[in-house]
Ligand binder design. Sequence first.
Ligand SMILES: Cc1cc2nc3c(=O)[nH]c(=O)nc-3n(C[C@H](O)[C@H](O)[C@H](O)COP(=O)(O)OP(=O)(O)OC[C@H]3O[C@@H](n4cnc5c(N)ncnc54)[C@H](O)[C@@H]3O)c2cc1C
Ligand code: FES
Length: 259
Amino acid sequence: MPRREPRSVTGSEQLGAYTLVRVDRGGLDPGVPGQFFMVEAPGRLLPRALSLCLAPVGELAFLLEAVGPGTEAMCALLPGERVHVFGPLGNGFRLGVERPLLVGGGIGMAPLPYLAHALPDAPAVLGFRTERHAEAAALLPQAEVVVEPTLVTERIDPGLDVLACGPEPMLRAVGELCAHAQLAWEAPMACGYGACYGCAVEIDGELKRLCVEGPVLGARRGGAHGSATKPLFWSAPDDPLRATPESAVSGVADEAGTW
Ligand SMILES: Cc1cc2nc3c(=O)[nH]c(=O)nc-3n(C[C@H](O)[C@H](O)[C@H](O)COP(=O)(O)OP(=O)(O)OC[C@H]3O[C@@H](n4cnc5c(N)ncnc54)[C@H](O)[C@@H]3O)c2cc1C
Ligand code: FES
C-alpha cells in the first residue's frame, strides 16, 4: 500500500558515474521489484520517479544518475537531511517465470539488485557506456558486464524469460529478440499515481498513463511488437519544448530555474 512519509537520508555513496542514496524505511513498504517511488528533489516543485534499487533491513536505497536539476539535488543529499518519499507505485515485474534473465542498461540497472534478491539464482547481463559507469555493477555481482561497443543484446539467449530495464532503444531491441520479455519503461512523471496524465504514452494503440499501466509492460504491449511508447510530451534534450516533469504536467516552461 503506497504511503507518503518524510524520511531521513542515512547515507550516500558514489558508484562510478552513479550515486546510491539510502533513506530510513519508516513505515514504507518496499513493494515489488520494478515498482517505483516518487522522491522529493530538494528545491524543486515536483518529486522525481526512482526505482527501488535495494531494500536492506530498515532502509530503502535508490541508484541515481544526475541528468538534470532534480537528480543533481538528490545526488547531493547528505546524511540526516529529510526528503518526502511516496510509494511503492505502479506495476512491477511478474516474478513467476521459469527461466529468468535480468537485463539492464546504464541507470536502467537500478531496479535489478532488488529484483535479484527476489530471483537469487537468475543470471544477469548489464551494459554500460564506459568502464566508469560499469562500476555500479558491483551491486549485482553475479552479472556479466559488457561495455560499449558491445551491447547487452549480443549476450541475450532469446529462449529465456527476460526482465529488462534500460534506455528506450535497448528495450526496443530486447523486445524484438524476446517477444515475452517484461520491459520497464520510463516517461516524465509528475504525480506517479494517475492524476496528471504527464506520463501518457501510446500502449496498444491508445494513450495510457505509464505510472498506472506500467512501468513494467510485456514486450507485446507498447514495446517493439506493439505501438509506439513515445511519451505524449517527449522531445529531444535540445528541443526548447522538451518535457521536464514540471512542464509535462503544467505546460509551463522552466524558465526561471526555480521549480
Ligand atoms: C518509473 C521510473 C523509474 C525511474 N527510476 C530511476 C532510477 O532508479 N534512477 C534514476 O536516476 N532515474 C530514474 N528514473 C528517471 C528519473 O525520474 C529522471 O531522470 C528524472 O526525473 C530527471 O529529473 P531531473 O530534474 O534531474 O532532469 P530533467 O531536467 O527533468 O531531465 C533531464 C534529461 O532527462 C530526460 N528525462 C527526464 N525524465 C526522464 C525520464 N523519466 N526518463 C528518461 N529521460 C528523462 C529529459 O528529457 C532531459 O533530457 C526513473 C523514471 C521513471 C519514470
Ligand atoms: S505521472 Fe501523473 S498520471 Fe502518470
